[in-house]
Design a protein around this ligand. Structure first.
Ligand code: FAD
Ligand code: N01
Length: 543
């Protein structure tokens, strides 16, 4: 594969975005190739194999809707699907639609450079492949670039260590081991109860506590599946038109501000949603994400639940989030997370008051104590949303790199395209709802919009498309204004780039709502791709 070859489109990544993109482009009769760094399809669900890994969008919603046959025939076993089940589903999709022949596995794209003369992207990989393509589609994932903070002494650590997002395929047996886990985000909150069941002792090193809601996971009965399959089309439509890609239950109360209902009504609504399980509590009232006082009421309800579950009052208090409004960091959904702190073999270590100083050959040292550890798990998250894109050397017109372009803020139009980078598309890119939604809904919407755009270009004889600088500026401004109308910017979250030193501090996803956003994208397309600059095919251009 070292000779340069040409395809209509290079797709980077074989997760749910890349696979569907390939499927759509085949339907358009376009030649395309996917490069995938992993050895199989599935993306997130291929890499994140830590114990307890699970989706917190319900299985029947966290699935493709584009194929009625697939949707009807696939059987989910649990309300919230586990990582192995989602990976089986991804593999089934790859087999069912015969996608693998156009995927190059174990191959990482290292650079993508736009050749202005030829109007083609020149793409290179770590395997020495070189390919040119009219279109370059980045299906690289929002949460696919693991974040490994620098810890002094790690090189000299004499035992095994792991990152949740690059988990060994053969699994890890922690039986009889003293294990340390660093972090208390979603990955940690899912894995802690599982690791605690094996380890002789588990030390949880927590810097910032997080809000977490019980999943109340259960097996899916045939009846439940059948009922959903009978109304699937309607349910999917509601999801597409909703704010978060999930048709959260709307009640009379949930449409009102929290303070407009009585204290008893509020308590009942919160209790009901708590018993339902999942992140639905964030949608209890109309203003939870926009009004501090409303938010405080919901947050205090959750803190009270933590205090009720955790036996030791000091541990319970340490586990109560106090530095951000509820919902402004990705809500966590758990299975017996807080209960796990009642086990004798689990200790919560507060590394906010006593930070980790270094990893030692046999463990970890904070300012005041030393811990002997036979294994360390880093549940330290991702360089989210822009990380995977910026790890590729992407150069647009005039040799401008995406890194330079995004130095201050990740500038995109609709989160789909970038001015100065013609024919480059990002699936669920920064500035789109992406991570604030059921991502399957957002992925399908982006893939369909991009492939429709490519079909339009083919039909009308256009060779390149890119956003105008003005349209892009307006969109970036709009994303910022809408973000600032909520409580989200108050949190030190990865949505804000706060977890990566030196990253621009901006609210990166678009919180305008999945349904509204879809309407905007559709209107722009209907107006002949308003805000985009399209250039016609040149007679001399090779095709
Ligand atoms: P990914 O699945 O991340 O796939 C991107 C692929 O691109 C990866 O396989 C990667 O190897 C590849 N890649 C990246 N860079 C390169 C390169 N340079 N060269 C070659 N290949 C490259 N979303 C939800 O909606 N609900 C959930 O409950 C949920 N749970 C999650 C749980 C975890 C543990 C994580 C990490 C994420 C979760 N997400 C969830 C978000 C999840 O990432 C998306 O739902 C979805 O799987 C993203 O699909 P994708 O194809 O866009 O990206
Ligand atoms: O990562 P995170 P994650 N010293 O960034 C800590 C999705 N997801 O992998 O907050 C000590 O949330 C850090 O502490 P702090 C979901 O979108 C979904 O858990 O910076 N601690 C934090 O506690 C999610 O939001 C599911 O103070 C350090 C933790 O590491 C996203 O992926 C499951 C540290 C990182 O938490 C990321 O989740 C899993 C240091 N130097 C993932 N550096 C579902 O259930 C970092 N930390 C759907």
């Amino acid at each position: 594969m070292s000779d340069t070859k040409h395809v209509d489109a290079v797709i980077v990544g074989a997760g749910f975005s890349g696979m569907y993109m390939l499927y759509r482009l085949r339907k358009l009769g376009m030649t395309s190739i996917i490069y995938e760094a992993g050895s199989e399809v599935g993306g997130t669900w291929f890499w994140n194999r830590y114990p307890g890994a699970r989706c917190d969008v319900e299985s029947m919603e966290y699935s493709y809707s584009f194929s009625p046959e697939l949707e009807q025939e696939w059987e989910w076993t649990e309300r919230y699907p586990s990582q192995p089940e989602i990976l089986r589903y991804a593999n089934h999709v790859a087999d069912r639609f015969n996608l693998r022949p156009d995927i190059r596995f174990n191959t990482r794209v290292t650079s993508a450079v736009f050749d202005e003369e030829a109007r083609r992207w020149q793409v290179e990989t770590d395997g020495g492949d070189r390919v040119t393509a009219r279109f370059c589609i980045m299906a690289t994932g929002c949460l696919s670039a693991p974040n490994m903070p620098h810890f002094e002494g790690l090189d000299d650590y004499e035992h095994d260590w792991y990152h949740t997002a690059i988990w060994p395929h053969e699994g890890v047996d922690f039986t009889g081991k003293r294990v340390g886990i660093i972090g208390t985000g979603s990955s940690a909150i899912q894995s802690i109860p599982q690791i605690a069941k094996q380890a002789s002792h588990l030390y949880v090193f927590q810097r910032t506590p997080n809000f977490s809601m019980p999943a109340h996971n259960h097996d899916l009965t045939d009846d439940v599946q059948r009922a959903m399959k009978e109304r699937y089309q309607e349910h999917r439509r509601k999801a597409r038109e909703s704010a978060f890609g999930v048709p959260f239950e709307v009640t009379e109360i949930s449409q009102k501000p929290a303070l407009e209902v009585t204290a008893e009504e509020r308590r009942q609504e919160l209790e009901r949603r708590w018993q339902t399980g999942g992140a639905t509590i964030i949608a209890s009232f109309a203003d939870v994400l926009t009004d501090q006082e409303a938010n405080d009421l919901v947050a205090e309800f959750v803190r009270d639940r933590i205090r009720q579950v955790v036996d030791d009052p000091e541990t319970a208090e340490l586990l109560c989030p106090d530095d951000h409004p509820i919902g402004t960091k990705r809500p966590c959904v758990d299975i017996e997370y807080f209960e796990t702190y009642n086990r004798d073999n689990v200790s919560l270590i507060d590394v906010r008051s006593d930070p980790i100083r270094r990893i030692t050959p046999h463990g970890l040292r904070t300012g005041e104590a030393e811990y002997e550890l036979d294994a360390i798990v880093f549940a330290t998250g991702f360089d989210a949303m822009t990380g995977a894109l910026l790890r590729i050397d992407i150069q647009g017109k005039g040799g401008l790199t995406l890194k330079e372009k995004w130095e201050d803020v990740p500038r995109t139009y609709l989160g789909l395209a970038v001015s100065g980078f013609p024919n480059l598309f990002a699936i669920t890119g920064p500035g789109s709802p992406s991570v604030l939604s059921n991502m399957m809904v957002s992925i399908e919407q982006h893939v369909e919009w991009v492939s429709d755009c490519m079909a339009y270009m083919k039909e009308h004889g256009f060779e390149t498309i890119e956003p105008s600088a003005e349209a892009q500026d307006e969109w970036v401004e709009h994303v910022d204004v809408v973000g600032k109308s909520t409580l989200y910017p108050l949190a030190n979250s990865w949505y804000m780039g706060a977890n990566i030193p030196g990253k621009p501090r901006v609210f990166t996803p678009y919180i305008g709502g999945v349904g509204n956003y879809r309407k905007t994208c559709d209107e722009i397309a209907e107006k002949g791709y308003e805000g985009f600059e399209l250039e016609r095919e040149r007679i001399t251009a090779a095709s």
